[in-house]
Ligand binder design. Structure first.
Ligand SMILES: Nc1ncnc2c1ncn2[C@@H]1O[C@H](COP(=O)(O)OP(=O)(O)OP(=O)(O)O)[C@@H](O)[C@H]1O
Ligand SMILES: [Mg+2]
Length: 357
C-alpha cells in the first residue's frame, strides 16, 4: 500500500518563508495603497527642495496598511537623500514626552541621554534637527499620555513634516488649540479594502510565504472572505498561518477548505493580539467588561474573582485605568444617585484594536 505517498514528509513544509506572515513583515509593494504613499511623499517633497514640509493627519481602521505605508515612504526617502532625517515613533510604546524625546535623540544618533532632563535633550534635538530637515511620523498617537513634545516640535524645529497616525478620525478635535493651529495639517483617510483588494493583498503574501500550489482555491477564498469581513489584514495573515499549521499537522500536501474552516474555529475562541497588546489578565478583565457592559466596578470585580481572578481590588482598579487609557473601555464616575459614588465601566465599541471575527 502506498500509505505515505501523498503525505508531506517529515522534512518537508508547506511554508517557503513563514516570516512573511508576521504582522511586521513589510512586502516590497503595497497594492492599493499607492495613492496614499504618493500623498504622504508629496507632503515631504518640499523638504528635499530646501523648503518646509506639510503635516498630515492620517486615520483609518486597524490593519489596513497605515503603518506599512508610512514605513515604505520612509524607506524610499532614506534611499533618496541624506538631507532629510526620518524619525518614526510608535506612541503606544513611547507614550510620554520624555520617552519620545529620548527616542528622537537616539534616532538622531545622540546616545548620551542618560540622566538628562527633557529640556536639555530637546536642545540637543533642536541643534541636530535644525541643521537639516526632519520627517516625524508619530504612529498610534491616540495612545499618548502627553502632547507637549508636539508643541515643541512644531514650534522649534524649522524644516519638517509631521505625520500623525491613528484609528480615530476625531482624535484631532480634542487637541490643544495651540497645537492644532500650528499643525495646520491635511487629512488623509485610509479606507478599508474591499473583497478584491483583500484578495490581491493576501495573494501577494501567499507568494512570499508558501510553496507554490499548496493552497486549494476554496480554502484561500474562505480566508479572503473572512479577512474582508473583519477589515483587518492581520486576520488574513493569522488564518493563513493557522490553516497551514493544521494542514502540516495532518501531513497534508495541500491546504484544504476543511483546514481553513478549522483555523477559523480556533480564531473564534480568542482575539488576535498585536505585539504591544494586553497581558492575559487584562484580556480576561476586558472580556468580562465586554460581556457585562455598563456595570459598576465593584460588580465587575466580583465577577472577576468568581472566574478565579487573583488580583486585589486596588490592582484591579489599576487595570481598569490602564484599559481606559488605552481606549478599550470608557469609565464614568457618578456621584449621588441611588448607588452613591461609583464608577460605571463601559466597553468601547470604537475599539477595534483587538480584531474580532
Ligand atoms: N496594501 C497592502 N499590501 C500588503 N500588505 C498589507 C497591505 N495593507 C496592509 N498590509 C499588511 O497588513 C498588516 C497590517 O497592516 P498595518 O500594520 O500597516 O496596519 P495599520 O493600518 O497600521 O493598523 P493599526 O491601526 O492597527 O496600527 C501588515 O502586515 C501589513 O504589511
Ligand atoms: Mg499601525
Amino acid at each position: 500500500m502506498a500509505l505515505f505517498k501523498d503525505m508531506l514528509g517529515s522534512d518537508e513544509s508547506l511554508f517557503k518563508n513563514e516570516v512573511a506572515l508576521d504582522y511586521s513583515f513589510l512586502p516590497k509593494l503595497l497594492p492599493h495603497r499607492e495613492n496614499q504613499q504618493r500623498y504622504i511623499a508629496a507632503s515631504i517633497r518640499p523638504l528635499l527642495m530646501g523648503k518646509n514640509g506639510r503635516n498630515v493627519f492620517v486615520f483609518g481602521a486597524p490593519g489596513i496598511g497605515k503603518t506599512a505605508a508610512i514605513r515604505h515612504v520612509i524607506n524610499e526617502l532614506e534611499d533618496e537623500t541624506e538631507d532629510v532625517m526620518p524619525i518614526y515613533i510608535n506612541c503606544w510604546q513611547k507614550n510620554t514626552t520624555f520617552k519620545i524625546i529620548v527616542d528622537i535623540c537616539e534616532q538622531l544618533g545622540y546616545k548620551l541621554t542618560h540622566n538628562k532632563r527633557t529640556e536639555e535633550l530637546f536642545d540637543v534635538i533642536k541643534t541636530i534637527a535644525n541643521k537639516k530637515a526632519v520627517v516625524f511620523a508619530f504612529d498610534e498617537v491616540d495612545k499618548l499620555e502627553e502632547y507637549d513634545f508636539l508643541y515643541s516640535v512644531l514650534e522649534e524645529i524649522y524644516r519638517k513634516s509631521v505625520i500623525l497616525i491613528t484609528n480615530y478620525s476625531d482624535w484631532f478635535d480634542d487637541l490643544d488649540d495651540r497645537v492644532k493651529s500650528r499643525l495646520m495639517s491635511e487629512t488623509l483617510e485610509f479606507r478599508p479594502y474591499n473583497l478584491e483588494e483583500t484578495r490581491d493583498i493576501l495573494k501577494q503574501r501567499i507568494e512570499y510565504a508558501f510553496v507554490p500550489g499548496v493552497w486549494e482555491k476554496d480554502a484561500f477564498e474562505l480566508v479572503v472572505k473572512k479577512t474582508a469581513e473583519s477589515g483587518d489584514m492581520r486576520a488574513g495573515l493569522y488564518l493563513m498561518r493557522e490553516a497551514a499549521n493544521i494542514a502540516e499537522d495532518k501531513s497534508s500536501r495541500k491546504i484544504t477548505l476543511q483546514h481553513a474552516e478549522e483555523a477559523m474555529k480556533k480564531a473564534d475562541k480568542f482575539t488576535i493580539k498585536k505585539s504591544t497588546d494586553l497581558t492575559e489578565d487584562e484580556q480576561s478583565i476586558l472580556s468580562i467588561i465586554k460581556n457585562n457592559s455598563e456595570k459598576k466596578i465593584g460588580d465587575l470585580f466580583a465577577m472577576y474573582q468568581e472566574k478565579g481572578g487573583k488580583l486585589v481590588y486596588k490592582s484591579f482598579q489599576r487595570k481598569i485605568e490602564k484599559l481606559e487609557k488605552n481606549k478599550f473601555i470608557n469609565v464614568k464616575k457618578t456621584s449621588g444617585g441611588k448607588d452613591g459614588n461609583t464608577t460605571i465601566v463601559k466597553y468601547s465599541t470604537k475599539t477595534k484594536k483587538l480584531t474580532e471575527f
